[in-house]
Design a protein around this ligand. Structure first.
Ligand code: AVI
Length: 323
């Protein structure tokens, strides 16, 4: 069956624009200007993120893909006989194909990619349906930070919420805990949450990953401004903002900003926002994690798979891999 599950309600295109506008007005109206990284991801932003994943400096995707490639069998071995795989923020679902193929038609009840970028999600779902012809893809265009819509579980499959790519790093620690708890509830009593996190490492490696030589990360960062011009009738000169990303070791996070190159005023949907020269909009945090020293960690995270040299432990309700 190739039916498409579509979430209704708050994720419809009209209200998505409205929520973008409300967030922008609130974020740029604050004394320290911020925007949520979720607004990077329209079709153009999702494609730019795919380009980032191919960059020599951006080790995250390559390393995680390596872990999944070499441990795919071991990873899915713990998932049970009948599984529905739910992926919040699925994007292009690149790594997931390996796991879906490893599960195969007998064990895989359905794949549920959930993504805020409706158009990109539709393209991903169409591609997957041709690539893996037995796969039942039930996509949901939704903002997973607000809702995780799940289709009916007709055959009582075990729900595995798969959250790779270190997307968890884009949430501040208390929000990350809340999000994982919500995923845990969505997975249900016998469900699993499988998580990929990026670890702290040499700041020079981290710095390069978010300041690539080709400037793709800068384009990705500025896409949120371009999107305001496209969708919110804004008049922003992209050249008047600079991409600025750095590793902040006290919090163990990358901070990504857009810094105004001059004193200026921009107009968004008829509202005016003033910038001092050098004033920034913080557009993203990307937290880097430590491996827990014991398995009594508060978030009950367990690291089963990691790159060589790291310890490995496990708990029954969650498994993770780290790069
Ligand atoms: C999606 N997320 C995990 C990426 C990251 O590394 O935080 C987004 C990104 N931002 C800049 N480069 C990649």
């Amino acid at each position: 069956s190739q039916e498409a599950f579509e979430s209704r309600g708050p994720s419809s295109a009209g209200s998505a624009r409205q929520r973008f506008l409300v967030d922008v007005i609130e974020g740029l109206g604050a004394p320290r200007k911020t925007l949520s990284p979720k607004w990077f991801y329209d079709r153009a932003g999702s494609l730019l993120f795919d380009a980032i994943c191919e960059l020599p400096e951006y080790y995250v995707t390559r390393t995680e893909l390596g872990i999944v490639k070499s441990h795919a069998r071991e990873i899915v071995a713990h998932w049970g006989d009948r599984v529905r795989l739910v992926e919040p923020g699925a994007g292009s679902s690149t790594k997931t194909t390996l796991l879906l193929e490893e599960l195969g038609p007998t064990r895989c009840s359905a794949y549920v990619p959930v993504d805020i970028a409706r158009e990109h999600l539709a393209a991903t779902a169409a591609r997957l349906r041709t690539e893996i012809e037995w796969l039942r893809v039930l996509s949901a265009a939704a903002d997973f930070t607000v809702e995780l819509p799940l289709p009916p579980n007709d055959d009582n499959a075990r729900t595995v919420v798969y959250f790779p790519g270190s997307t968890i790093g884009n949430f501040e620690p208390h929000d990350a805990e809340r999000l994982l708890a919500r995923f845990g509830r969505a997975a249900g009593k016998n469900g699993l949450v499988v998580l990929g996190v990026d670890l702290k490492k040499d700041p020079a490696i981290l710095h390069a990953a978010y300041n690539d030589a080709q400037g793709v990360t800068g384009q990705f960062n500025k896409n949120v401004l371009a999107r305001m011009n496209r969708e919110l009738d804004a008049n922003i000169d992209l050249g008047s903002f600079a991409h600025y990303a750095f590793y902040e070791p006290t919090h163990g996070r990358i901070e990504m900003h857009l810094v105004s190159r001059k004193r200026q005023m921009i107009t968004i949907a008829g509202r005016r926002f003033h910038f001092r020269e050098g004033e920034s909009i913080r557009t993203e945090y990307s937290y880097k994690y430590d491996l827990p020293r014991s398995n009594t960690s508060r978030a009950r995270l367990a690291f089963r798979w990691s790159t060589p040299g790291s310890t490995t432990t496990s708990t029954s309700r969650s498994s993770s891999f780290a790069c």
